[in-house]
Design a binder for this molecule. Sequence first.
Ligand code: MD3
Ligand code: FE
Length: 213
Amino acid sequence: MLDLFSEEAPWQEPLAEGAVILRRRARDQADALLAEIYAIAAQNPFAHRITPGGHRMSVAMTNCGDLGWSSDSRGYQYTEQDNHSGHKWPPMPSLFRELAQQTAQEAGFSGFNPDACLINRYEPGAKLTLHQDKDEKDLRQPIVSVSLGLPAVFQFGGFERGDATQRVLLEHGDIVVWGGPSRLRYHGILPLKPGVHPQAGAFRYNLTFRRAH
Ligand code: MD3
Ligand code: FE
């Protein structure tokens, strides 16, 4: 029977070999995930990093876990402490770890054990230009990404910067697991459209779980 009041259950959408979208998979945990993000940011605030090329990133970032990703004039790297605050990164909450491990397994990657979680915060206009994620030691390990708050248009390309790209809308609660041959595809986020999300306000947040070392 058609039930107009039930929330739709999560579903899977294959994107490419090794990449699958788990639509709405994190919806039920979204408030708890956001509360953890705010607690992490209270210790290690979101900051706009400077790229090695000298540009201020429009996306603000913080991290949790044993290692955190950041950039400065010397380059991109994973470090045990926040160069901004001088503190170690806050520990990865068990809610984060368990969600990343469980969803990697649902996508066919058993034994994923992330040591880093990069937290990106997008304000209106913020974007991420096409790039590859290859600063991690073992590229056979997948990356798990969790989108919260305002929707964004994700660009998914090929193995060279100039290859054609697909556009995919990533919305509140969507999880994507990127592994296998998709792990080295170019990808990016188009400029965020302004809006207000009932749970996350005027922002989009994205968590990426990685095995860095
Ligand atoms: C495809 N973040 O932090 S998540 C990043 O929404 C990053 O903030 C975007 O790209 C964001 O590096 C995109 C989706 C994503 C993450 C990692 C990938 C897609 C990926 C690694 C390989 C291929
Ligand atoms: Fe990336």
